[in-house]
Write a new protein. Structure first.
Ligand SMILES: NC(=O)c1ccc[n+]([C@@H]2O[C@H](COP(=O)([O-])OP(=O)(O)OC[C@H]3O[C@@H](n4cnc5c(N)ncnc54)[C@H](OP(=O)(O)O)[C@@H]3O)[C@@H](O)[C@H]2O)c1
Length: 244
Protein backbone atom coordinates (compact mmCIF):
# COMPACT_ATOMS: atom_id res chain seq x y z
CA UNK A 1 0.00 0.00 0.00
CA UNK A 2 1.15 3.53 -0.68
CA UNK A 3 1.92 5.77 2.30
CA UNK A 4 -0.28 8.67 3.43
CA UNK A 5 0.08 12.14 1.97
CA UNK A 6 -0.37 15.09 4.32
CA UNK A 7 -1.68 18.29 2.75
CA UNK A 8 -0.99 21.34 4.95
CA UNK A 9 -3.44 23.96 3.74
CA UNK A 10 -5.99 21.26 2.95
CA UNK A 11 -8.61 23.76 1.81
CA UNK A 12 -6.31 25.47 -0.68
CA UNK A 13 -7.23 25.11 -4.34
CA UNK A 14 -3.74 23.85 -5.17
CA UNK A 15 -3.64 21.63 -2.08
CA UNK A 16 -6.91 19.92 -2.99
CA UNK A 17 -5.80 19.37 -6.59
CA UNK A 18 -2.60 17.76 -5.28
CA UNK A 19 -4.66 15.63 -2.86
CA UNK A 20 -6.75 14.31 -5.77
CA UNK A 21 -3.61 13.48 -7.78
CA UNK A 22 -2.01 11.49 -4.97
CA UNK A 23 -5.35 9.84 -4.05
CA UNK A 24 -5.73 8.75 -7.69
CA UNK A 25 -2.40 6.93 -7.27
CA UNK A 26 -3.78 5.14 -4.20
CA UNK A 27 -2.32 7.26 -1.38
CA UNK A 28 -4.47 7.79 1.74
CA UNK A 29 -4.82 11.52 2.39
CA UNK A 30 -4.51 13.61 5.55
CA UNK A 31 -6.01 17.08 5.07
CA UNK A 32 -4.85 19.69 7.61
CA UNK A 33 -6.61 23.04 7.80
CA UNK A 34 -7.78 25.72 10.20
CA UNK A 35 -11.45 24.95 9.65
CA UNK A 36 -11.78 21.22 9.03
CA UNK A 37 -15.56 21.50 9.37
CA UNK A 38 -15.58 22.95 5.86
CA UNK A 39 -13.73 19.94 4.42
CA UNK A 40 -16.47 17.31 4.88
CA UNK A 41 -17.60 17.48 1.23
CA UNK A 42 -13.99 17.34 -0.07
CA UNK A 43 -13.26 14.33 2.15
CA UNK A 44 -16.34 12.51 0.85
CA UNK A 45 -15.47 13.41 -2.76
CA UNK A 46 -11.86 12.16 -2.44
CA UNK A 47 -12.97 8.91 -0.78
CA UNK A 48 -15.73 8.25 -3.31
CA UNK A 49 -13.68 9.03 -6.41
CA UNK A 50 -10.46 7.29 -5.43
CA UNK A 51 -11.42 4.73 -2.79
CA UNK A 52 -8.80 5.94 -0.32
CA UNK A 53 -9.08 6.87 3.35
CA UNK A 54 -9.13 10.60 4.09
CA UNK A 55 -8.62 12.00 7.59
CA UNK A 56 -9.07 15.62 8.71
CA UNK A 57 -6.68 17.40 11.07
CA UNK A 58 -7.16 20.77 12.70
CA UNK A 59 -4.09 22.92 12.07
CA UNK A 60 -3.06 26.58 12.27
CA UNK A 61 0.47 27.07 10.95
CA UNK A 62 0.86 30.29 12.97
CA UNK A 63 0.34 28.42 16.24
CA UNK A 64 3.89 27.14 16.19
CA UNK A 65 3.71 25.93 19.82
CA UNK A 66 1.11 23.37 18.70
CA UNK A 67 3.28 21.91 15.90
CA UNK A 68 4.84 19.06 17.96
CA UNK A 69 1.41 17.96 19.22
CA UNK A 70 -0.01 18.18 15.69
CA UNK A 71 2.77 15.95 14.32
CA UNK A 72 2.26 13.47 17.19
CA UNK A 73 -1.42 13.28 16.22
CA UNK A 74 -0.63 12.12 12.68
CA UNK A 75 -1.00 8.37 12.93
CA UNK A 76 0.46 6.99 10.83
CA UNK A 77 3.21 9.51 10.20
CA UNK A 78 2.78 10.59 6.54
CA UNK A 79 5.12 9.38 3.82
CA UNK A 80 4.78 12.67 1.94
CA UNK A 81 4.00 16.14 3.31
CA UNK A 82 2.96 19.02 1.07
CA UNK A 83 2.80 22.63 2.27
CA UNK A 84 0.20 24.58 0.28
CA UNK A 85 -0.15 27.30 2.90
CA UNK A 86 0.17 30.94 1.97
CA UNK A 87 -1.23 34.44 2.33
CA UNK A 88 -0.72 36.92 -0.51
CA UNK A 89 -1.45 40.11 1.43
CA UNK A 90 -1.80 43.52 -0.16
CA UNK A 91 1.63 44.97 -0.84
CA UNK A 92 0.59 48.64 -0.81
CA UNK A 93 -1.40 48.32 2.45
CA UNK A 94 1.21 46.07 4.08
CA UNK A 95 4.01 48.61 3.46
CA UNK A 96 2.35 50.78 6.12
CA UNK A 97 0.84 48.09 8.34
CA UNK A 98 3.38 46.11 10.37
CA UNK A 99 0.77 43.63 11.66
CA UNK A 100 -0.46 42.82 8.16
CA UNK A 101 3.13 42.50 6.89
CA UNK A 102 3.96 40.21 9.82
CA UNK A 103 1.02 37.98 8.91
CA UNK A 104 2.34 37.63 5.36
CA UNK A 105 5.90 36.95 6.54
CA UNK A 106 4.86 34.38 9.15
CA UNK A 107 2.25 32.62 6.99
CA UNK A 108 4.56 32.15 4.04
CA UNK A 109 7.88 31.62 5.79
CA UNK A 110 8.03 31.07 9.53
CA UNK A 111 4.98 28.80 9.84
CA UNK A 112 5.54 26.55 6.80
CA UNK A 113 9.30 26.33 7.47
CA UNK A 114 8.82 25.30 11.10
CA UNK A 115 6.17 22.65 10.44
CA UNK A 116 8.24 21.13 7.62
CA UNK A 117 11.27 21.22 9.94
CA UNK A 118 9.33 19.26 12.58
CA UNK A 119 8.23 16.71 9.98
CA UNK A 120 11.75 16.56 8.52
CA UNK A 121 13.16 15.50 11.88
CA UNK A 122 10.61 12.68 12.14
CA UNK A 123 11.25 11.60 8.56
CA UNK A 124 14.99 11.64 9.21
CA UNK A 125 14.57 9.44 12.30
CA UNK A 126 12.47 7.00 10.25
CA UNK A 127 14.91 7.15 7.33
CA UNK A 128 12.32 7.90 4.63
CA UNK A 129 9.85 10.50 3.47
CA UNK A 130 9.30 13.40 1.14
CA UNK A 131 8.65 17.08 1.82
CA UNK A 132 7.10 19.26 -0.87
CA UNK A 133 7.03 23.02 -0.34
CA UNK A 134 4.97 25.29 -2.55
CA UNK A 135 7.00 28.48 -2.71
CA UNK A 136 6.86 31.12 -5.45
CA UNK A 137 8.80 32.70 -8.29
CA UNK A 138 8.16 35.93 -6.33
CA UNK A 139 11.01 34.76 -4.10
CA UNK A 140 13.50 34.73 -6.99
CA UNK A 141 14.04 38.52 -6.79
CA UNK A 142 12.43 41.18 -4.61
CA UNK A 143 10.24 43.42 -6.75
CA UNK A 144 8.42 46.64 -5.78
CA UNK A 145 5.01 45.15 -6.49
CA UNK A 146 5.21 42.20 -4.07
CA UNK A 147 8.43 42.19 -2.08
CA UNK A 148 6.85 41.39 1.31
CA UNK A 149 5.26 38.17 0.02
CA UNK A 150 8.34 37.65 -2.20
CA UNK A 151 10.76 38.00 0.72
CA UNK A 152 8.83 35.44 2.74
CA UNK A 153 8.82 33.03 -0.21
CA UNK A 154 12.56 33.67 -0.78
CA UNK A 155 13.14 32.64 2.83
CA UNK A 156 11.01 29.54 2.34
CA UNK A 157 12.83 28.62 -0.89
CA UNK A 158 16.21 28.98 0.88
CA UNK A 159 14.94 26.94 3.81
CA UNK A 160 13.80 24.12 1.50
CA UNK A 161 17.16 24.22 -0.28
CA UNK A 162 19.04 23.86 3.00
CA UNK A 163 16.74 21.09 4.18
CA UNK A 164 17.27 19.21 0.90
CA UNK A 165 21.01 19.60 1.27
CA UNK A 166 20.96 18.37 4.88
CA UNK A 167 18.74 15.36 4.21
CA UNK A 168 20.21 14.25 0.88
CA UNK A 169 22.16 11.41 2.47
CA UNK A 170 19.23 10.30 4.67
CA UNK A 171 16.74 9.14 2.03
CA UNK A 172 14.43 12.08 2.72
CA UNK A 173 13.63 14.09 -0.39
CA UNK A 174 12.69 17.77 -0.53
CA UNK A 175 10.99 19.31 -3.57
CA UNK A 176 10.57 23.06 -4.11
CA UNK A 177 7.61 24.05 -6.29
CA UNK A 178 7.56 27.44 -8.03
CA UNK A 179 4.13 27.73 -9.63
CA UNK A 180 4.12 31.15 -11.38
CA UNK A 181 0.56 32.49 -11.62
CA UNK A 182 -2.20 30.00 -10.75
CA UNK A 183 -5.94 30.62 -11.07
CA UNK A 184 -7.11 30.06 -7.46
CA UNK A 185 -8.99 31.77 -4.63
CA UNK A 186 -5.71 33.63 -3.88
CA UNK A 187 -5.62 35.33 -7.30
CA UNK A 188 -9.38 35.61 -7.91
CA UNK A 189 -10.24 38.87 -9.68
CA UNK A 190 -6.66 39.59 -10.78
CA UNK A 191 -6.12 40.19 -14.50
CA UNK A 192 -3.59 37.37 -15.08
CA UNK A 193 -2.26 36.65 -18.61
CA UNK A 194 -3.58 33.26 -19.73
CA UNK A 195 -0.25 32.10 -21.20
CA UNK A 196 1.47 32.53 -17.82
CA UNK A 197 -1.35 31.18 -15.66
CA UNK A 198 -1.60 27.53 -14.66
CA UNK A 199 -4.58 25.67 -13.24
CA UNK A 200 -4.34 23.92 -9.87
CA UNK A 201 -4.51 20.62 -11.79
CA UNK A 202 -1.38 21.64 -13.74
CA UNK A 203 0.45 22.28 -10.48
CA UNK A 204 -0.63 18.81 -9.30
CA UNK A 205 0.67 17.26 -12.54
CA UNK A 206 4.01 19.08 -12.17
CA UNK A 207 4.33 17.78 -8.60
CA UNK A 208 3.40 14.25 -9.65
CA UNK A 209 6.14 14.36 -12.31
CA UNK A 210 8.68 15.84 -9.91
CA UNK A 211 8.07 12.96 -7.53
CA UNK A 212 8.42 10.31 -10.24
CA UNK A 213 11.34 11.97 -12.08
CA UNK A 214 13.22 12.77 -8.85
CA UNK A 215 13.32 16.51 -9.49
CA UNK A 216 14.42 19.00 -6.82
CA UNK A 217 13.14 22.39 -8.00
CA UNK A 218 10.16 22.70 -10.33
CA UNK A 219 8.85 25.68 -12.28
CA UNK A 220 5.28 24.57 -13.12
CA UNK A 221 5.29 26.35 -16.51
CA UNK A 222 8.93 26.23 -17.69
CA UNK A 223 8.63 29.71 -19.28
CA UNK A 224 8.75 31.08 -15.71
CA UNK A 225 12.28 29.77 -15.32
CA UNK A 226 13.33 31.90 -18.31
CA UNK A 227 11.39 34.96 -17.16
CA UNK A 228 12.89 34.83 -13.68
CA UNK A 229 16.40 34.18 -15.05
CA UNK A 230 16.05 37.40 -17.07
CA UNK A 231 14.61 39.34 -14.11
CA UNK A 232 17.44 38.11 -11.85
CA UNK A 233 20.03 39.14 -14.44
CA UNK A 234 18.77 42.73 -14.82
CA UNK A 235 21.38 45.15 -13.45
CA UNK A 236 20.15 47.22 -10.47
CA UNK A 237 20.33 50.62 -12.26
CA UNK A 238 17.95 49.27 -14.94
CA UNK A 239 15.83 47.27 -12.46
CA UNK A 240 15.27 50.40 -10.33
CA UNK A 241 13.72 52.19 -13.31
CA UNK A 242 11.23 49.37 -13.89
CA UNK A 243 8.00 48.79 -11.94
CA UNK A 244 7.52 45.07 -12.36
N1 LIG B 1 -2.27 31.21 -6.78
C1 LIG B 1 -1.08 31.59 -7.21
O1 LIG B 1 -0.95 32.33 -8.21
C2 LIG B 1 0.15 31.11 -6.51
C3 LIG B 1 1.39 31.37 -7.13
C4 LIG B 1 2.55 30.95 -6.51
C5 LIG B 1 2.48 30.29 -5.32
N2 LIG B 1 1.27 30.05 -4.73
C6 LIG B 1 1.28 29.35 -3.45
O2 LIG B 1 0.52 28.18 -3.56
C7 LIG B 1 0.04 27.81 -2.25
C8 LIG B 1 -1.45 27.52 -2.33
O3 LIG B 1 -2.13 28.72 -2.66
P1 LIG B 1 -3.49 28.76 -3.51
O4 LIG B 1 -3.21 29.52 -4.72
O5 LIG B 1 -4.08 27.39 -3.60
O6 LIG B 1 -4.39 29.72 -2.60
P2 LIG B 1 -5.47 29.43 -1.50
O7 LIG B 1 -6.56 28.60 -2.05
O8 LIG B 1 -5.81 30.78 -0.94
O9 LIG B 1 -4.68 28.58 -0.41
C9 LIG B 1 -3.93 29.13 0.62
C10 LIG B 1 -4.18 28.25 1.84
O10 LIG B 1 -3.38 28.69 2.93
C11 LIG B 1 -4.11 28.43 4.10
N3 LIG B 1 -3.67 29.18 5.26
C12 LIG B 1 -3.41 30.50 5.34
N4 LIG B 1 -3.05 30.81 6.60
C13 LIG B 1 -3.07 29.66 7.32
C14 LIG B 1 -2.81 29.33 8.66
N5 LIG B 1 -2.47 30.27 9.56
N6 LIG B 1 -2.89 28.05 9.05
C15 LIG B 1 -3.25 27.09 8.18
N7 LIG B 1 -3.55 27.33 6.88
C16 LIG B 1 -3.46 28.61 6.47
C17 LIG B 1 -5.54 28.85 3.73
O11 LIG B 1 -6.40 28.27 4.67
P3 LIG B 1 -7.98 28.59 4.75
O12 LIG B 1 -8.56 27.67 3.73
O13 LIG B 1 -8.33 28.26 6.15
O14 LIG B 1 -8.17 30.04 4.40
C18 LIG B 1 -5.65 28.31 2.32
O15 LIG B 1 -6.18 27.01 2.31
C19 LIG B 1 0.41 28.98 -1.33
O16 LIG B 1 1.62 28.69 -0.68
C20 LIG B 1 0.63 30.12 -2.30
O17 LIG B 1 1.49 31.10 -1.76
C21 LIG B 1 0.11 30.43 -5.30
Amino acid sequence: MRGPVLILGGRSDIGLAVAHRFAARGHPVQLAARDVGRLAADKADLELRHGVTVTLHSFDVLDTASHPQFVDGLTPLPQIAVSAIGVLGDQTRDEGDADAATLVLRSNFEGPALILAALANRFEERGSGMLIGISSVAGDRGRARNYIYGAAKAGFTAFLSGLRNRLAARDVRVITVLPGFVATRMTAGMPLPAWLTATPAEVATAIDRAVRWRRNVVYVRPVWWLIMAIIRALPEPLFKRMKI
